[in-house]
Design a binder for this molecule. Structure first.
Ligand SMILES: [Zn+2]
Length: 489
């Protein structure tokens, strides 16, 4: 379960009802569903409005298709990559790969063969008719003489090529002798699926959702029954903790929501939290950092991917103190951790003791849920969720998180110029005080205390002194230790 290795994961799709099948068969028509192989770990999720709009914008740009995906059930599946990389699944087929290009600082959509077949009848540009070349086509590069006619395309963009019955997902190269690279070959057009509401997916998977719910509830009760401790639910404003809150509330008579207010939440999250607290969790306990984050940042530099002091400072310590004050005899905390989320979480168990908070028992009732199941469950319950998910954010955390994707940082730049401006001013102040190059702040070097090789290469290209783009002064030593550890393994 939740395999982060190479290879594929199989999920199922009902071709009749146009919905994912999460259990043994489609609850609407009884079809066992057709297999779809997706990249591991396979944390499938729905493409919400903002993501659909982004996909439509790219498709319109490449193929002039207008708003073609609105209302259809499109799913995304996160895979390994430099930055944001998502498989795009339309009607149970691999349509393309949506990714963020760090060099061009833009989103791209690489078309897969089924995507090319679905767009064939809709594209008004980005198409090419080829002189049928002999032999095997996939992976082949053709020159301009093979082009019989074309509706126009730009280098680097996806192209839909046809040769007789054959359809190809290609990429424009546009160099002398190399006009197009043919990536995948198929036959004939595919129809786009009819618009389907997500409620249909919930209906078709009701039995499965009920089973998941009752398993989670009995898991919770089985542990808590013997403990006789007060029960809290860690609530972050994200989708996973929302589901966890619902499950814990169904399992027990009394649960108290716990929230760490970092002071660094998105305005959207703040509004959502206020509403949630008012309507569903009036006795929510809120922990605040003991010191000012911005002062701490002047002192130690910004939190980075390799030194996330913010987490301890803004969340763990305030929560630990609050729990120790409120529940000196121990407490149960129900959390929304899932194995599919990350390699670090792929081994979590139902019950874990918190090494940092003595007396706290942590429970992970949704550890085996995929994001798709979390969403289906939320839609089933009808509870309000954080609107950032509708704006193409996959995770909702602090708005300046060093671990967030560059693609999400770009969204934040558009949505909240004031916040990003404040962050950049604070960064450049820290940079100046420590004699760092201005690129440390402007080119994302600040995200690491010791930047990784890819960032060191960027520094080289920008002709920057390595000492001027990092906060850590022991990075050489750390690099050697890391290599030693790897060798010993
Ligand atoms: Zn069905």
């Amino acid at each position: 379960m939740a395999d982060f290795g190479h290879g594929k994961e199989t999920v199922y799709w009902c071709p009749r009802c146009h919905v994912p099948v999460m259990g043994a068969r489609c609850g609407t028509c009884g079809d066992p569903g057709m297999e779809l192989n997706i990249a591991r770990p396979g944390d499938l999720r729905p493409a919400m409005e903002g993501s659909i709009r982004l996909i439509d914008r790219l498709l319109d740009h490449y193929f002039g298709t207008g708003r073609i995906m609105g209302g259809r059930t499109v799913m995304l599946n996160k895979m390994a990559g430099e930055d944001r990389t998502d498989e795009v699944i339309v009607d149970g087929r691999l349509f393309g790969v949506l990714r963020y290009d760090l060099l061009d600082q833009e989103h791209r959509l690489d078309l897969k063969i089924d995507g090319a077949r679905m767009l064939l009848d809709h594209a008004i540009r980005g198409t090419v008719e080829l002189e049928p070349p002999p032999g095997h086509l996939a992976g082949k590069t053709v020159d301009a003489t093979a082009v019989r006619s074309s509706t126009g395309y730009q280098p680097g963009q996806p192209v839909i090529a046809t040769a007789g019955e054959r359809v190809m997902a290609a990429v424009a190269v546009c160099e002398p002798g190399r006009e197009l690279r043919l990536r995948e070959v198929g036959r004939g057009a595919l129809a786009l699926p009819p618009p389907v509401r997500w409620a249909r997916m919930v209906e078709a998977n009701m039995e499965h959702l009920r089973a998941m719910e009752s398993r989670a509830i009995s898991d919770l009760r089985s542990v808590v029954g013997n403990l006789r401790l007060p029960i809290t639910v860690s609530f972050s404003g994200g989708k996973d903790s929302l589901v966890t809150f619902v499950l814990a509330s169904k399992a027990f008579k009394r649960v108290t929501a716990l929230y760490a207010d970092t002071g660094l939440e998105f305005p959207e999250s703040r509004a959502y939290m206020d509403r949630f607290r008012r309507e569903y969790a009036p006795d929510m306990l809120i922990a605040h950092p003991h010191e000012d984050f911005w002062r701490e940042m002047r002192r130690r530099g910004p939190p980075t991917k390799d030194d996330r002091w913010c987490c301890r400072f803004c969340k763990l310590e305030p929560i630990a103190k609050l729990l120790a004050d409120r529940f000196p005899r121990g407490v149960v905390t129900v959390e929304g951790n899932r194995r599919y989320e990350s390699f670090n979480r792929s081994q979590i168990r139902l019950r874990e003791n918190n090494p940092h908070v003595p007396g706290q028992v942590r429970l992970n009732p949704i550890r085996d849920w995929r994001a798709m199941e979390v969403w289906a469950y939320i839609w089933w319950t009808g509870l309000p969720y954080n609107q950032l998910y509708e704006k193409d954010y996959e995770r909702v955390g602090c708005w300046m998180c060093a671990s967030c994707l560059e693609s999400e940082w770009q969204h934040t730049r558009h949505r909240h110029q004031d916040l990003v401006g404040r962050w950049e001013r604070a960064l450049s102040k820290v940079g100046k005080e420590r004699d760092l190059a201005s690129e440390w702040a402007s080119h994302g070097f600040w995200r690491w205390r010791c930047p990784p090789p890819k960032m060191m290469k960027l520094a080289e290209r920008l002709e920057l002194d390595p000492r001027q783009i990092r906060l850590g002064d022991d990075c050489e030593q750390e690099r050697r230790q890391r290599m030693d550890r790897r060798r010993r393994r």
